[in-house]
Ligand binder design. Structure first.
Ligand code: AMP
Length: 300
C-alpha cells in the first residue's frame, strides 16, 4: 500500500559535542521517506531550491521513493536548519532556521499521491499540513508530527489540524508545551482530547510512550552505544512505523504496536551516524535482526 508524506526537505548543519557537519541532506520528510522505504513505496512531496544537489533526488529514487511531487524553485534556496546538541546528546538548540523556499510552498500533489491510503504530515507549518490533508481525499489513516516552533507560532492552526487526524507523533517536551501538563501520561490524554485517537510521545534515548483508546504502553529505545547524531531520529521513527503499517495495509492495535517497534529499530540506526549515512548502509534484514534482539531483551 502506498504512503504519502509531505514535510521539510533540508540542507542541515549539525554540531555535536565532538563533531560537525555542514550542509548535509536532512529534513523531516527526507528522514521519514528513507526510513519508510525499507517497507513500502513512498510518495514524497516537498520543495527545494536550485542549490539542491541532483544526486540527492537520485538517492531517494534509488530507494523507490517517488519524487514527482518534489518542486524545484529556480533561483530559490533550500530550507536550512542548523542545530547544536548538548553534552547529553538529547537536548539541542536551533542556532539558525531559514525557511527559504519552504516559506511560500504551495503543494500541488500529483493525482496518485491524492489516492494514497496512508498519509504522514511531517514537520512543517500546520496550515500547510491542513492544505495537504484536504488534497488527499483517499487517505484513511493520517498521522502528523509537530514541533515547538509551530506550537509557539501557529497554535490555532495546529488545533484545527488535530481535530482531523488519526494520530500525532511528538516528543516529550512538545507534548508538555502543547498541553501545559508536566506529567506525560496526563499530556497524552490531553492531546487525545484535542482530536487524535492515538498519540505517540517520543522520549529520545528513553524510548516512546503510546496512548490509545484501549491501551497505554511504553517501549524503551534500543540501547545502542554508538550515538553520533540524533538528528532525524523522530522522523525515522515515524517512517519505520508508517512504512510498516502501509506494508501490512493495517492499523489495528496489534499491528500498530509492532509498527512502533519497527520505528524504534529504524531510529536506533539513524542516530549511529550523521544525516542518512547509517541508514544508507543497512538493509531490511538488519532491522529485523535488531528487532529480534530487542524482543529477546524485553522478554522476562
Ligand atoms: P528530528 O531530529 O526528527 O526532530 O528532525 C530533524 C529534522 O527536522 C532536520 O533534518 C531539520 O531539517 C528538520 N527541521 C528542523 N526544524 C524544522 C522546522 N521548523 N520545520 C520543519 N522541519 C524542521
Amino acid at each position: 500500500m502506498s504512503l504519502c508524506v509531505v514535510g521539510s526537505i533540508a540542507l542541515d548543519s549539525v554540531e555535536t559535542p565532538t563533531e560537525k557537519r555542514e550542509i548535509v541532506l536532512g529534513g523531516s520528510s527526507v528522514f521519514f521517506s528513507y526510513a519508510a522505504s525499507f517497507f513500502t513505496r513512498v510518495q514524497l512531496a516537498g520543495v527545494v531550491g536550485e542549490d539542491w544537489p541532483r544526486e540527492y533526488t537520485d538517492l531517494l529514487n534509488s530507494r523507490g521513493i517517488d519524487t514527482q511531487g518534489l518542486q524545484v524553485v529556480p533561483g530559490g534556496k533550500t530550507f536550512h536548519w542548523r542545530g547544536k546538541y548538548h553534552r547529553n546528546m538529547n537536548d539541542r538548540d536551533t542556532l539558525d532556521l531559514q525557511l527559504n523556499v519552504l516559506a511560500d510552498f504551495k503543494p500541488e500533489l500529483p493525482s496518485e499521491y491524492r489516492r494514497s491510503k496512508f498519509l504522514f504530515l511531517a514537520n512543517g507549518s500546520p496550515k500547510l499540513q491542513m492544505n495537504v490533508l484536504e488534497q488527499c481525499q483517499g487517505a484513511s489513516f493520517v498521522v502528523a508530527d509537530t514541533m515547538d516552533f509551530y506550537i509557539n507560532t501557529e497554535l490555532d492552526a495546529l488545533k484545527a489540524l488535530l481535530r482531523r487526524i488519526d494520530g500525532l507523533v511528538v516528543n516529550d517536551s512538545e507534548a508538555k508545551l502543547l498541553t501545559g501538563e508536566d506529567n506525560l501520561v496526563l499530556a497524552g490524554a490531553a492531546i487525545r482530547a484535542m482530536g487524535p485517537s492515538f498519540v505517540v510521545v517520543k522520549k529520545g534515548e528513553h524510548g516512546a510512550m503510546f496512548f490509545g483508546k484501549e491501551e497505554t504502553y511504553v517501549l524503551p529505545a534500543y540501547p545502542t552505544p554508538n550515538v553520533v547524531d540524533p538528528t532525524g531520529a523522530g522522523d525515522s521513527f515515524a517512517g519505520g512505523m508508517m512504512g510498516y503499517l502501509a506494508q501490512r495495509d493495517a492499523f489495528d492495535a496489534k499491528t500498530l504496536k509492532e509498527a512502533l517497534v519497527y520505528g524504534t529499530m529504524t531510529a536506533s540506526f539513524t542516530v549511529e551516524d550523521f544525516s542518512l549515512d547509517r541508514l544508507r548502509k543497512i538493509e531490511r534484514e538488519d532491522l529485523d535482526r535488531r528487532k529480534e534482539e530487542y524482543r529477546r531483551m524485553l522478554s522476562f
